[in-house]
Design a protein around this ligand. Structure first.
Ligand code: EPU
Length: 454
């Protein structure tokens, strides 16, 4: 059974018939929801299956549209993807074949994952065609680190008007690579290429996010030899052959942090089933400093507002183990309720505060400094293109008509509308289903007052 429908191939979304939701705010979210595997792991694990010569089984896969995009791409390359039970994918790469560029181009439009097909396709087919990439509009999001790394392995990169064509006339050889910044995607690119390249690869300044560690665990199950050393160094010894894996995807930390912020901002109480402490420690510290409470359980984490005023904080986003850039958007909604001035320094992406316009329209007092703010107590080194948001609270929010700009910004708009006095209409909510499984059902489960125009 193919998981992708014609509508989804044309850019459709999972389970969403309309792009609009009308929310009546002012009601705390309360109840229990379950989260599944991380978007930013499951999609990469699916690409890794291309490297094996036997089928892989991936469990705990979320029902989100980014998974469908990757399914469509794998199908186009001859990999069969079936779902014998909800959330379990069987990926069979025994008949990998070249795909038509137009098909890949149409499928890839809404995602950034296709770039990660480069290494596996070069190994399997000797050629990779990569269309222009989608993903959230949160900065330039260049691919120079990816291309430089692939060239270091011996790939030849030709840029055409429709996209990028890569070949490896002399095969792919292990390389010494130092990333200019610990990029998540470029680290994954190197891993997915080096595991079957000839010889040893040394990667310096690698990203070490938990999702990357889970990908390394998957590759090890497939037969790869990868050593993670201190100081962001990863050694990979290439092997001739990899086989399929069986793996349960790590939980989605970004989704967990989003619902936690929703609990705090709405003065609610949400049990996030499937969330774990270890990968959320940095978030939990900030959550506690703002005034949120949490109880860690075997099967999840309860996040709640314990009463009393919320406190302002200064946060700098950073690569792991820092405070993730994907956590700031929902948290900022809670910070509009804190008693005083908070500052959020965004150091990972150069344009990730666009969503605050809608919060300002709803009554928030937020000033975005486009070139960041120098501060003497900074922990994260200042970056050339960073920005800062200064949030002064508490400001009650009121309903507004809002158009969702990107995935995480969109979720923060949902939370803002849930806390606001009166009615908000949020359009373009389909984007949210790229990364939040069944969020409409979850809102209903948590007692939100809304009408989904589906
Ligand atoms: N960068 C370059 N050149 C490159 C690659 C990256 O300059 O070739 C820069 C980026 O522009 C950015 C920084 O390096 O300023 C970090 O980007 P990174 O490569 O780490 O991000 P990514 O791999 O494109 C993933 C997640 C993002 C998440 C970031 C940071 C996926 C599909 N996306 O992006 O998730 O914010 O890592 O952790 O895994 C999301 O889920 O909403 C999302 C955007």
């Amino acid at each position: 059974m193919s998981l992708i429908t014609d509508a989804q191939k044309a850019g459709g979304r999972v389970g969403l018939k309309s792009d609009k939701i009308v929310i009546n705010g002012g009601k705390p979210l309360r109840g229990r929801i379950e989260i599944r595997g991380a978007k930013n792991l499951a999609t990469k694990a699916m690409v890794a299956a291309l490297l094996g010569d036997t089928p892989s089984i991936l469990r705990n896969v979320p029902d989100i549209s980014d998974v469908n995009v990757v399914t469509g791409m794998l199908n186009a390359y001859g990999v069969s993807v079936t779902e014998p039970e909800p959330g379990t994918l069987v990926l069979d790469p025994s008949n990998v074949l070249k795909a038509h560029f137009a098909e890949i181009d149409a499928l890839a439009g809404s995602s950034r994952i296709p770039i990660l097909f480069c290494g596996p396709l070069l190994h399997r087919l000797g050629e990779a065609l990569i269309p222009d990439l989608g993903g959230c509009r949160i900065g330039d999001r260049p691919i120079d680190f990816h291309m430089d790394a692939l060239r270091a392995f011996g790939a030849v990169v030709d840029k055409g008007y429709e996209g990028i064509r890569l070949t490896a006339p002399n095969g792919l050889k292990g390389a010494e690579i130092e990333l200019p910044y610990p990029s998540v995607g470029a680290t994954e690119q190197v891993l997915l290429t080096a595991v079957r390249a000839e010889g040893v690869t040394e990667l310096k300044n690698a990203a070490i996010e938990p999702e990357i560690m889970d990908l390394i665990a998957i590759l090890q199950k497939m037969g790869a030899i990868i050593n993670v050393e201190p100081n962001r160094v990863i050694f990979i010894e290439g092997v001739d052959k990899l086989h399929g894996y069986e793996h349960r995807a790590l939980f989605d930390r970004n989704e967990a942090a989003s619902w936690a912020s929703a609990a705090l901002a709405t003065e609610g109480d949400i049990f996030v089933g499937g969330a774990k402490q270890q990968e959320l420690m940095t978030f939990l510290n900030i959550f506690r400093k703002v005034g949120g409470a949490f109880d860690i359980h075997e099967d999840g984490i309860r996040f709640y507002h314990p009463g009393g005023p919320l406190k302002p904080v200064v946060v700098e986003t950073d690569v792991h183990p820092g405070f993730m850039t994907d956590w700031q958007q929902p948290l900022i909604v809670a910070l509009t309720k804190a008693d005083g001035v908070s500052i959020v320094h965004e150091t990972v992406y150069e344009n990730r505060f666009g969503f605050t316009d809608a919060l300002i329209a709803m009554g928030a007092d937020i000033v975005v400094h486009k070139n960041g703010l120098a501060g003497h107590t900074r922990r994260v080194a200042r970056r050339e293109f960073e920005q800062a948001a200064v949030i002064t609270g508490p400001t009650p929010l009121h309903g507004a008509d809002v158009v969702v700009p990107d995935l995480r910004g969109g979720f923060s708009h949902l939370i803002a509308a849930l806390t606001a006095e009166g009615k908000s209409t949020i359009s373009n909510v389909g984007i949210i289903s790229r990364g939040y499984e069944h969020f409409i059902d979850k809102l209903a489960l948590l007692g939100a007052d809304f009408v989904y125009e589906g």
